[in-house]
Design a protein around this ligand. Structure first.
Ligand SMILES: [Zn+2]
Length: 392
């Protein structure tokens, strides 16, 4: 029977708070049937886990599938939609082959991302599971003005949100702040309209928000997740906790772009600005972590020097700045699944869930850097690095 087997002699980080050492996982038709200690054989093929470790497939809550990290600016502004679609198809493989079995795209300039998602769903191409807002909503002169869906005033926001729903959006994304300044951003009323329209269509919401005022507007308007969240104070953290809002810190974005600017020899003054900005992001991350805010793994991959295939490095960064290794793994599995609303099937390894999991040589709870070196990746019980779709 296809995608049916038992993997024995394996230690399991279930994502749901349990760690099973020297256990076994029983997969039936791509779904986890049983998991636990000892042998679970019952006339099905047995694979030895060779004493290795497995985790649930990772879920990246913020990526840009159409973006090219080597030159994101011209790629997002100048390339044709056709070329971006091809790029998305290739980038999707980079996620899957690095252990990311589900992603939430965070928007692009046209419909390339949603076409890629439809092709995934129809099995035309291979890649992780995917959600997308299609295009983000921003205002005239605002952040993303070259690629977002521009809308000014509540009625235009309503129309733009409906357009995205009609195009197949799984989530509505708003640009709630500019990068560093408080000019040119959607008002709280405009964001509330987007949230209302999303709610009417049964869609979730996310906000790009980096400045404190933008974060406040988005949180008070009822947004479910704050992306980047790079300026947090105690008052807004209190509000975030009260309203059960997630944050997606995307530390990788500032970390890898800063690395690029240093290597490329940008002027000292510019580097100093970027360093200050990085410090503030880390400070906000630490504050949120200490306060117990729900933090989901997301990277903004596709932005400058922020490679799609290296997105799990975010876990290393999160651990370096205060998370335990278990917290980092949980943010990339259970917490991210809950944020995306896919926790019924993904994010933890339990009976009834999809058999999406990653195999590692050693225990990632002891050395988080091992997440950069997955040995095998299973999606729906299929070993995707070994079982090529066309030759099996
Ligand atoms: Zn982004």
């Amino acid at each position: 029977m296809k995608n049916t087997f038992v993997m024995e002699d394996v230690s399991i980080f279930t994502g749901g708070g349990d760690i099973i050492e020297n256990g076994a996982i029983y997969i039936e038709k791509g779904i986890v049937k049983d998991i636990g200690k000892g042998k679970k054989t019952g006339g099905v093929p047995v694979i030895s886990g060779k004493g290795r470790w497995i985790t649930p497939g990772f879920i990246n809550a913020h990526v840009h599938v159409i973006m090219e990290p080597k030159d994101p600016d011209s790629n997002i502004r100048v390339e044709t939609p056709q070329r971006r679609t091809v790029r998305a198809v290739e980038n999707l493989k980079k996620y899957l082959y690095s252990g990311i079995t589900y992603i939430r795209d965070a928007g692009g300039p046209d419909y390339a991302n949603i076409e890629a998602e439809k092709c995934l769903r129809e099995g035309i191409i291979e890649g992780p599971g995917m959600l997308t807002p299609v295009r983000a909503l921003s205002i005239t002169g605002g952040h993303g003005k070259q690629w977002a869906r521009i809308c000014d005033g509540k009625e235009e926001v309503r129309k733009a949100a409906r357009e995205m729903v009609a195009a197949g959006a799984d989530v509505i994304k708003v640009i709630a702040s500019n990068t560093e300044t408080d000019e040119f951003m959607l008002t709280q009323e405009e964001i509330r309209m987007a949230v209302e329209e999303a709610g009417r269509a049964g869609k979730k919401t996310m906000a790009h928000a980096t400045s404190l005022r933008g974060i406040r507007n988005a949180v008070l308007a009822g947004i479910e997740s704050i992306e980047h969240a790079s300026r947090l104070d105690d008052a807004i953290i209190e509000e975030i906790l009260k309203r059960n809002v997630y944050i997606v810190p995307t530390l990788s974005a500032s970390y890898f772009s800063l690395e690029y600017y240093r290597q490329a020899g940008y002027p000292e003054e510019f580097i100093a600005q970027r360093e200050a900005s990085w410090e503030k992001s880390v400070e906000s991350f630490k504050k949120a972590l200490k306060a117990g805010v729900k933090i989901a793994f997301g990277t903004d991959s596709g932005t400058r020097n922020n490679l799609h295939e290296k997105s799990l490095y975010e876990l290393v960064l999160m651990v370096r700045h205060g998370m335990t290794q278990e917290q980092a793994l949980t943010s990339a599995t259970k917490t991210a699944a809950e944020l995306l609303g896919i926790e019924g099937d993904y994010g933890t390894l339990k009976a009834g869930k999809k058999a999406d999991f990653v195999v590692f040589e050693s225990n990632p709870l002891e050395n988080i850097e091992i997440v950069m070196k997955p040995l095998e990746i299973y999606q729906g019980g299929r070993n995707i690095l070994r079982e090529n779709k066309y030759y099996n």
